[in-house]
Write a protein of this length. Structure first.
Lengths: 219, 257
């Protein structure tokens, strides 16, 4: 049963990835056809060469980093809908914690898929509603002078602080190593991108936890 | 009529939103059925849905707000499409800027796109730059996860759980350390590590610890799914209060720029 469900998830995920790839390519194609506006190849290549080395390298790192952290269904869904590190992954982690299931179990697979799917639907509906219905209000919210703007600038510390708080109770001993490693990297290179910083802190965290486990400081 | 606001683009945007929702519903329905087949209580699955919705609201509003950050240059429809599928603001902004510079539009996103050819170039660069995961996942995901599954099903379940928690903590730590010591954009105030980011972080951690304590001591299990989103909203509220009540010299203090 277990094998069958996981096999099916991968089959569905592959089919949806292919469909998403074709669908995504249809967006610029439709724009070009509808407006009869084909960009000059040389200019287009300049633009692509400026972003592809970074984007594609980051994509490889993200796939390798996030795949073991999320369930299969959650992973396929997250990479189509985007906003993984700042929304889908923390949402999946929060759901796994509150449901009290292990991330790598079949229950974890189910719970993380439900969490990410719900999050994807909520985000898509809210963005659509925001764009289509609340457009006059959103500039007020996003505006630098808006009273709520400071809250939106601090979404990431608020979100990841809450997640860390959830871990501190049980895992406080192993929490400090990756944070100190991250701070050390940022002291040397304060503008380092999240795509580079995440693998470094994950490696530091795994190494620290392994060391503490061997020294019997954690069980 | 401004071509960036053409009804055709809104129709295309609606198709993108429907596609994403259809895919999410497809997986949600099957995971739900499987959860029930595994014996997970319906209430637990409902609570996952509720807490995920609550958890997602604030970041989604932030994403919706970023659509408008790009709207001056690109109109609303294209940023909406791109931020609904794969995209995020950093990627899309960089891609749009690179495409515009590639076609000689030197003022970049500070100006408005007036040429449909530039507009379609931006759409192409944004898309081609972000599709690689859709090629990699079908090739790699099963292999990556089967290796992890093998490690976990062994005798060292406690060790595997510890390593899994450590991996999550590593990811969380990247963002925590950025709130402590990361720099933001040089032109923007309030996005780098400073007083407000540290206060928000402390408020979120403190609130979560307090709620966990209440759940544990008072036996308020009903609070569990709300603890994480409530702590997040509390911390965001603390950021607003601090910015309004404290002197600018403190709230605008960013030690890394």
């Amino acid at each position: 049963m277990k094998k069958t469900y996981f096999t099916l998830v991968h089959r569905w995920g592959r089919a949806w990835c292919l469909a998403s790839l074709l669908f995504m390519l249809c967006i610029p194609l439709s724009v070009s056809v509808y407006f009869n506006a084909w960009p000059p190849l040389q200019g287009l290549m300049k633009g692509l060469l400026a972003v592809i080395p970074l984007y594609w390298a980051t994509a490889v790192i993200e796939v390798v980093s996030y795949a073991p952290l999320m369930g299969s269904g959650a992973c396929y869904l997250s990479f189509v809908t985007g906003n993984i590190s700042n929304l889908k992954l923390p949402c999946a982690i929060a759901a796994l914690k509150s449901a009290g299931v292990r991330p790598n179990s079949e229950e974890g697979e189910v719970v993380s898929t439900i969490a990410v799917a719900t999050s994807a639907i909520t985000t898509t509906v809210l963005i659509a509603a925001g764009v289509l219905l609340l457009a006059p209000l959103l500039p007020y919210i996003a505006n630098e002078g808006s009273p709520v703007a400071p809250a939106f600038r601090q979404v990431l510390p608020a979100l990841f602080g809450a997640l860390l708080g959830g871990y501190l109770k049980k895992q406080w001993r192993i929490s400090f190593v990756p944070i100190l490693a991250g701070v050390a990297v940022l002291l040397l290179a304060p503008a380092v991108q999240a795509g580079i910083l995440i693998p470094l802190t994950v490696i530091a965290s795994l190494a620290g936890a392994q060391l503490f486990y061997k020294m019997k400081w954690v069980k | 009529m401004d071509f960036r606001q053409a009804p055709f683009l809104y129709i295309l945007g609606s198709c993108v939103a429907l596609f994403v929702i259809a895919q999410a519903l497809f997986f949600l329905r099957r995971a739900w059925k499987q959860g029930l087949a595994l014996g997970l209580p319906r209430e637990k699955l409902r609570s996952v849905v509720t807490s995920s919705i609550l958890f997602t609201i604030a970041p989604s509003l932030a994403i919706a707000a970023t659509v408008l950050a790009l709207a001056n240059a690109l109109g609303v429809a294209l940023p909406w499409m791109r931020l609904s599928i794969i995209g995020n603001l950093t990627y899309e902004t960089t891609a749009a800027q690179a495409a515009m510079e590639g076609l000689g539009a030197t003022d970049g996103l500070s100006g408005q796109v007036t040429e449909p050819a530039v507009f379609s170039a931006i759409a192409w660069v944004m898309t081609v730059g972000s599709v690689l995961p859709l090629i990699l996942l079908p090739l790699l995901l099963k292999k990556l996860q089967s290796k992890l599954g093998g490690a976990v099903s062994g005798a060292k379940a406690a060790w595997a759980d510890l390593m899994s928690a450590a991996a999550f903590l590593g990811l969380i730590a990247a963002f925590i350390s950025r709130a402590i010591a990361g720099s933001g954009s040089p032109e923007k105030l309030g996005d780098g590590a400073g007083f407000v980011s540290l206060l928000t972080l402390a408020a979120a951690i403190g609130s979560m610890l307090l709620l966990e304590l209440l759940i544990c001591r008072k036996g308020w299990q009903w609070l569990t799914p709300f603890a994480m989103p409530a702590s997040m909203f509390f911390a965001m509220g603390a950021a607003i209060l601090a910015t309004r009540l404290l002197p600018e010299g403190i709230t605008q203090l960013e030690w890394r720029g």
